[in-house]
Design a protein around this ligand. Structure first.
Ligand code: AMP
Ligand code: ZN
Length: 116
């Protein structure tokens, strides 16, 4: 599996940096965000290194579909029956700060629009 030894989320995926593993399968890992922006704030990442959504192609359609479906599954696991938000910050203007693709699951409060 492709990993990047300098990448924070690759270190989390490999277990080199320990986290609470909320959900895991062969392809994906979910863990709590260290700086939560809502009562529930979970990050879901592919275990393989993918720099961002902008680094994906149709070849990753299966992985991306699985990522989104897992977002819904973790939301259910977290009891977010009133709703939630899934976000993929992409690139500089998208507010991405960790260069390893991740899906934010935010819930447990009412979300506003537009986002900041
Ligand atoms: P983004 O700004 O979309 O790239 O999101 C990166 C997220 O990673 C931020 O919400 C950070 O709070 C979160 N984060 C950074 N370091 C860690 C860590 N060691 N464990 C869990 N979450 C982290
Ligand atoms: Zn990585």
């Amino acid at each position: 599996m492709a990993t990047n030894s300098d990448c924070l989320f690759c270190k989390i995926a490999s277990g080199a940096i320990p986290v609470t593993r909320l959900f895991e399968d062969e392809q994906l890992l979910a863990f709590p965000d260290i700086n939560p922006q809502a009562p529930v704030h979970v990050l879901i990442i592919p275990k393989q290194h993918v720099g961002s959504l902008a680094h994906t192609t149709a070849n990753e359609a299966g992985l991306l579909g699985h990522l989104l479906a897992s977002g819904a599954e973790v939301a259910q696991q977290q009891g977010l029956v009133k709703g939630y938000r899934l976000v993929i910050n992409t690139g500089h203007d998208g507010g991405q700060t960790v260069d390893h693709l991740h899906l934010h699951l935010l819930g447990g409060r009412h979300m506003t629009w537009p986002p900041g």
